[in-house]
Design a protein around this ligand. Structure first.
Ligand code: SAM
Ligand code: SF4
Length: 321
């Protein structure tokens, strides 16, 4: 079992398979980075999987494939199958922008994937295009429908931004509610890579908007999920991810791995250790020691709640959010 210095059990690994992306979301990667990680520096699926086996053997029970845009990596279903076949009981999920999902959904399902989270920041084609800097909406919605039709459980992530999509909170909630999909509103996390104009919204503001149309009850947190859940009178549940709340990190159970093998104990901070050399040498023992060291060094909490805190230097497209 992996336990950090604040007595939190770490059993959730987020794996970014690429930092590259086919969108340029204003809050994440508004411009193409100066340079991409060269392809030869990326770990192969076999190498990523070699570490994932270590992590599962050490107690990881939940794995999320993310990016950048994970579906840009060819044969992702083969990677899904490696993990699923090694430990079918691992809770395996993926986060995607869904642009390429229509063509990939069936293969991913057949490989063992059952859950995906899709980012939908607007249901208006022009607003979605303004956020992603690409005409994306039709393809994203088609990807969601295809995923649902093959049996994937879909949750939606939305990052509300003032003056951009703040008038679509109820529309997105209702789009999801009509399809029985959970929506999670993610408070924008300030970072130096995002467009400097962005002003995010806090949970209180979102609840005011939702409360103007619906009565809801506070359901609290579900296990270690970062999402604070609320229930409407008809039983529909939605979530808000509130990294600006002081106690957000209290139950954090996550670490992250980048596509080049950096293990990251906290999304906010720069600190990381690499398992790349160990994995390339096949030195599983050292990889396990590095994993334990990273877990031991997991910071107590992020600094998004600190009014004097600097913006995080971590790129979300590198860590996978
Ligand atoms: N490309 C995929 C996608 O967009 O779903 C996966 C990677 S993306 C980095 C993972 C999640 O991080 C998405 O739900 C995205 O909305 C969220 N995200 C990215 N930048 C963010 C920011 N600055 N604040 C809050 N959430 C952010
Ligand atoms: Fe790409 Fe996802 Fe970042 Fe948007 S949020 S730029 S889709 S990685």
């Amino acid at each position: 079992m992996l336990i950090d210095s604040f007595d939190r059990t770490v059993d959730y690994l987020r794996v970014s398979v690429t930092e590259r992306c086919n969108f340029r979301c204003q809050y994440c990667m508004p411009e193409k980075p100066f340079s991409w990680v060269p392809k030869e520096n990326l770990l192969s699926f076999e190498e990523l999987f070699a570490f994932i086996r270590v992590a599962i053997d050490e107690g990881v029970k939940k794995i999320r494939i993310t990016g950048g845009e994970p579906l840009l990596r060819e044969n992702l279903d083969v990677f899904v199958k490696m993990i699923h076949d090694y430990e079918p009981d691992v809770d395996l999920a993926m986060t995607t922008n869904a642009y390429l999902l229509k063509g990939a959904a069936q293969k991913l399902y057949d490989a063992g994937l059952r859950r995906i989270n899709v980012s939908v920041d607007s249901l208006k084609p022009a607003v979605a295009e303004k956020i992603a800097q690409k005409d994306v909406l039709k393809q994203v919605l088609a990807g969601i429908e295809k995923a649902r039709s093959v049996g994937l459980r879909v949750k939606v992530n939305m990052v509300p931004m003032k003056g951009v999509n703040d008038n679509e909170i109820l529309d997105i909630l209702e789009y999801c509610k009509a399809r029985g999909m959970t929506v999670r509103f993610i408070e924008y996390m300030e970072n130096v890579h995002a467009h400097s104009d962005i002003e995010g919204m806090q949970s209180e503001e979102l609840l005011d908007i939702i409360g103007s149309r619906y009565a809801f009850e506070d359901e609290g947190f579900d296990g270690h999920s970062p999402s604070h859940y609320y229930k409407l009178a008809d039983g529909y549940e939605f979530g808000i991810i509130e990294p600006h709340k002081d106690d957000f990190c209290k139950k954090c159970n996550r670490i992250r791995m980048t596509a080049e093998g950096h293990l990251i104990p906290c999304l906010y901070f720069d600190e990381a250790m690499s398992i790349k050399d160990a994995v390339k040498r096949g030195d599983i023992k050292t990889a396990a020691l590095i994993l334990k060291e990273v877990v031991k060094n997991k910071p107590e909490k992020n600094r998004w709640s600190d009014p004097d805190g600097e913006h995080s230097k971590r790129a979300f497209y590198e860590t996978g959010g």
